[in-house]
Structure formats: C-alpha cells, structure tokens
Ligand binder design. Structure first.
Ligand code: HMG
Ligand code: MG
Length: 298
C-alpha cells in the first residue's frame, strides 16, 4: 500500500545552484524562487549560509532570502553549518534551519572540515539557537549508502548520527545518497534499520540520480511509507565536496511518477516544467531531466 500524499521539498535553488560552475546572478536566483513559489510547492530550500569561500555560488544568501516574495503557506529553508551561519540566516528571516553532516568520516571531513564527533557540539549550538528563535530544524545525513572516500556506509553508522541529531531536538532527518550510488536493496536495508527506531514521518529521502537509480529508490522508500522527498528542479544539484556527485532527482520526473500513480503532491507539473525551461538560458545548459526534455519538445 503506497501513501496517498507526498510532500516535495524543492532543493534546487540550494543543492542545484551550489554546484553550478558559474555564479548565477542574485536577481535570477530570486526570480527562480519566486517562480517556484507559484507552482504549489509548500517547501523550498532557498540557499545556504555556509562559508562563502567554500561555496562562492551562494555568497548572496542573505540578499536572496531577504528579497524573495514570501507566501504564508510556504516554508523557506536554508542550510546552516554553524553559529556564524545561523546568525546570517536569522538576520535574513529563514523559516526553517537545515543542519547537515555525514554518516562517514571521509565526507564529513572534506565537506565541513571536522570529524563526526567534533561536529555534534557545533550543530547542537545551531539547533539550540534556532529553537530559541522559534525556528524548526531539519537535519541532513549525507553519504548514507556510500562515501566517495570511505566506501559503503553501514546502516548502524546512520543510526548513530540520527540518534544524536534527534536528541538535539530536530524535527526531521533527510537521508542523503549524496553521490547517487544507491540501489533499492540498499535503500531497503537502510530503511529497515532506521524504521526500527524512528517513524516514517520523521524521515525524508534525498536521492541524487548520478546512476539513474533515484526513482527506483523512491519506489522502495514509498513502499516503506516514506512521504517526504527532496528533489531539484531540472535535476540540478551535487555536492562540490563529494567527487562524482551529480544532480538530485528532478522534481518534474518525480512529480510525473507520483501523479501517474495517483499520489498527490499539490504541485503543478506543467508549471515546474516551464520554470525548468526558464532557467536553462541562465545556467547555460540543457537540463538533464526527462520531463524537461519533453517540455522542450524533444
Ligand atoms: P572552517 O574553515 O573549518 O570554519 O569551515 P571555522 O569555523 O574554522 O572558521 C573559519 C573562518 O570562517 C572564521 O573567520 C569564521 O568566522 C568564518 P575568521 O575568524 O577566520 O575571520 N566562518 C563563516 N563565515 C560566514 N559564514 C559561515 C562561516 N563559518 C565560519 N557559516 C565550514 C567550516 C563548515 C564553515 C565550512 O567547511 C563550510 O562552509 N562547508 C560547507 C560545505 C558545503 O556547503 N557543502 C555542500 C552542502 S552539503 C550537501 O550538499 C549535501 C546535502 O545536499 C545532502 C546530500 O546530498 O547528502 C545537504
Ligand atoms: Mg544533496
């Protein structure tokens, strides 16, 4: 029995644009988020308050978050790595804070310059500060299937990190197949382990589609009762600190799959396709998603 309704968390403006080679002009980022706000999405991850030296593509985070046209029924979230980032995010009026770390040491070190155990106190400070400011906090765990430095990740490693994050008071964990290597049997094993500790409502899945397995992994997750999925318009995305990481599962491809199966999302597929096409000129390339190709008339 599959869920009847699924929530899409659009991460394109963050996961997508952090990985583009060129700096997308601030006003284009704002325009993209504003267009996404008109598609029926109720959750958009707008940007990231990481160190601008590490991710120069999103150095304009404060400006973007401040200048988008807000809708009351949409949560505008952003990535926050530490207290310095939280300060900037709160100043810009973030609705929900996303903290992030990895299940594997190699990627955690390369991505945020700390060991796993050194990361917890840093994130605890962020969570405490965000909760005190009346914000909810979501936690990403990256490399949940495999790590580009350490190889396969054991489900127990994911539980170890998840437990510490939930103890801090975060409301949801997003499980990231950062480099898009996962296949359904691996996702099944991971979710069996996670769901022996947590409820499906506490989890979201974040699939990168590097090897074309993302939608298959979505199906496996749905069969476990997962109802929240991260996706990026056009299939943009990737982590610059994970070699080989490429796009997230494309929002439009995910919507097609869900809607054809009778699963509601509240998001208008046509509007997402049009928005995808509207950014091709700005990022200077054709988007990789199947439903963008169809919208181009190919
Ligand atoms: P660090 O160099 O170890 O930082 O970087 P530090 O704490 O030692 O501070 C050094 C200096 O940076 C200080 O300045 C800080 O104030 C400043 P100084 O006192 O020397 O003048 N600083 C900052 N400035 C602005 N904003 C900040 C900030 N923090 C420190 N937030 C840090 C540590 C975590 C900051 C760095 O490693 C970093 O920014 N990493 C981010 C990497 C990243 O963004 N990766 C991509 C996102 S994760 C992802 O894509 C995966 C995901 O999609 C899920 C999945 O797919 O699995 C979420
Ligand atoms: Mg990602």
């Amino acid at each position: 029995q599959l869920p009847k309704q699924v929530q899409i968390k659009e991460v394109g403006p963050r996961d997508g644009l952090q990985n583009e080679m060129t700096f997308i002009p601030t006003e284009e980022k704002i325009r993209l988020v504003n267009r996404l706000s008109e598609t029926g999405l109720n959750y958009i991850e707008v940007t990231s308050f990481v160190h601008p030296k590490w991710i120069p593509q999103l150095a304009d985070a404060v400006e973007v978050l401040k200048e988008i046209k807000r809708h009351d029924d949409i949560t505008y979230a952003a990535l926050v790595p530490n207290s310095k980032g939280l300060e900037r995010a709160l100043d810009a009026g973030v609705d929900e804070v996303s903290v992030f770390m990895s299940a594997s040491e190699g990627h955690n070190k390369s991505n945020i310059n700390k060991s796993i155990d050194e990361t917890f106190p840093v994130l605890k400070e962020v969570v405490d500060g965000a909760l005190a400011a009346g914000k909810t906090v979501r936690g990403y765990i990256s490399t949940v299937i495999s790590c580009p430095y350490d190889g396969y990740t054991k489900p127990e490693q994911v539980v170890y990190v998840a437990e510490k994050l939930f103890e801090m008071g975060i409301s949801e964990i997003s499980l990231g197949d950062t480099i898009g290597v996962g296949v359904p049997t691996q996702v099944d094993a991971l979710l069996q382990e996670m769901l022996s500790f947590y409820k499906a409502e506490q989890l979201a899945m974040h699939f990168h589609d590097t090897r074309g397995t993302a939608l298959a992994n979505v199906m496996t997750s749905l069969s476990h009762g997962i109802t929240k999925f991260d996706s990026a318009i056009g299939g943009l995305g990737g982590c610059p600190y994970a070699k080989g990481a490429s796009g997230n599962v494309a929002t439009e491809d995910l919507l097609y799959l869900l809607h054809e199966m009778g699963i509601e999302t509240g998001v208008n597929l046509k509007k997402i396709q049009q928005t995808a096409l509207s950014i091709e000129g700005i990022i200077g390339k054709k988007l990789s998603s199947k439903l963008a190709a169809i919208a181009r008339g190919e």
